[in-house]
Design a protein around this ligand. Structure first.
Ligand code: C2E
Ligand code: CA
Ligand code: CA
Ligand code: CA
Length: 280
């Protein structure tokens, strides 16, 4: 009936309005979180193929929310990207990751590479973003090749985008570039040649199915073979079983990341387990 239809319409517009209010509330909370230091970086170790030695770690942001407890990035990064707040979050992540990497470098005298996730929306076209990476490394006295920037394939798809120039500059200054979630995005691989990519991170969806699906193994093998010809290192993401580790060893993968070895953890725990301080 007509009145039923109207009620439904009113119900939906009510829901949409509620959602908009909820979004605005959350955005305001993110602003407060930035001002009052509620964000933290967790670190997930990236292992050599032996599954024992650790030379790298991925920085993964968390929100220590006063009421909700620890909130994962999927709950706030997409919203921040839609509303221009990702730049402020990105600035905070860069500063904290470089500060931590510099701390570990001073403790051990050797480089532990720190890999930082970057949304294409953070990369300004005029060059300020790259300048800030260089300036922050300088400020903390950190060798630039300590840092890795992770971007997804779609960030590098368009050869005419000014983002390409900025990634190129970054590379010239010695900061490493990793392709995140490799294999799930666009199919053009031209950027692998165009930019001097250092690392491919094979998406978990391929690793996950290797034990049950021959074609997943074939894909992972093809990626590793191609990468080795291009002198690009390969990280397998989301390794969860010994069987997957074994297959990756047989395929001569370079690095491993996943719950089988370690979950993301606070910096303090990472230092305790994986950073071996110099003897006094
Ligand atoms: P990602 O870059 O693909 O990060 C890997 C995600 O997989 C992380 O989730 C990690 O905790 C999880 N993971 C690692 N090993 C395993 C495993 O063996 N099994 C399973 N099931 N999962 C595993 P997390 O920390 O929730 O991060 C989600 C996404 O949020 C990241 O995906 C990344 O795209 C984004 N993100 C995280 N930190 C930042 C940041 O500082 N800036 C930006 N722009 N994005 C970030
Ligand atoms: Ca990543
Ligand atoms: Ca990934
Ligand atoms: Ca490079």
């Amino acid at each position: 009936s007509k009145s039923k239809g109207r009620n439904r319409y009113e119900f939906f517009s009510y829901v949409i309005e509620e959602q908009a209010i909820e979004k605005r509330r959350k955005l305001e909370e993110i602003r407060v979180a930035l001002k009052t230091d509620q964000f933290v970086l967790y670190y997930q170790p990236i292992f050599d193929i032996d599954g024992i030695n650790v030379g790298k770690a991925e920085a993964l942001i968390r929100w220590q929310h006063p009421q909700l407890g620890l909130v994962g990035p999927n709950e706030f990064i997409p919203l921040a990207e839609q509303n221009g707040l990702i730049e402020d979050i990105g600035n905070w992540v860069r500063e904290q990751a470089i500060k931590d990497a510099a701390h570990w470098f001073r403790l051990t005298g050797k480089v532990t590479q720190v890999s930082v996730n970057t949304s294409p929306l953070q990369i300004d076209h005029a060059g300020k973003w790259v300048d800030e990476w260089l300036a922050t490394c300088n400020k903390f006295g950190l060798p630039r090749d300590t840092m890795i920037i992770e971007v997804t394939e779609n960030t590098l798809m368009d050869p005419d985008s000014p983002i390409q120039q900025q990634m190129h500059r970054l590379n010239q200054y010695g900061i490493d570039i990793a392709i995140d979630d490799f294999g799930v995005g666009y199919s053009s691989l031209a950027y692998l040649q165009r930019l001097d990519i250092d690392i491919l991170k094979i998406d978990r969806s391929f690793i996950q199915h290797m034990e049950t699906n021959e074609s997943s193994i074939a894909l992972v093998r093809a990626i590793i073979t191609m990468a080795s010809h291009l002198n690009v290192k390969v990280v397998a993401e989301g390794v969860e079983t010994k069987g997957q580790h074994q297959i990756l060893q047989q395929l001569s993968c370079d690095y491993l990341q996943g719950y089988l070895f370690a979950k993301p953890m606070p910096a303090k725990d990472f230092i305790q387990t994986y950073i071996k301080p110099l003897e006094a």
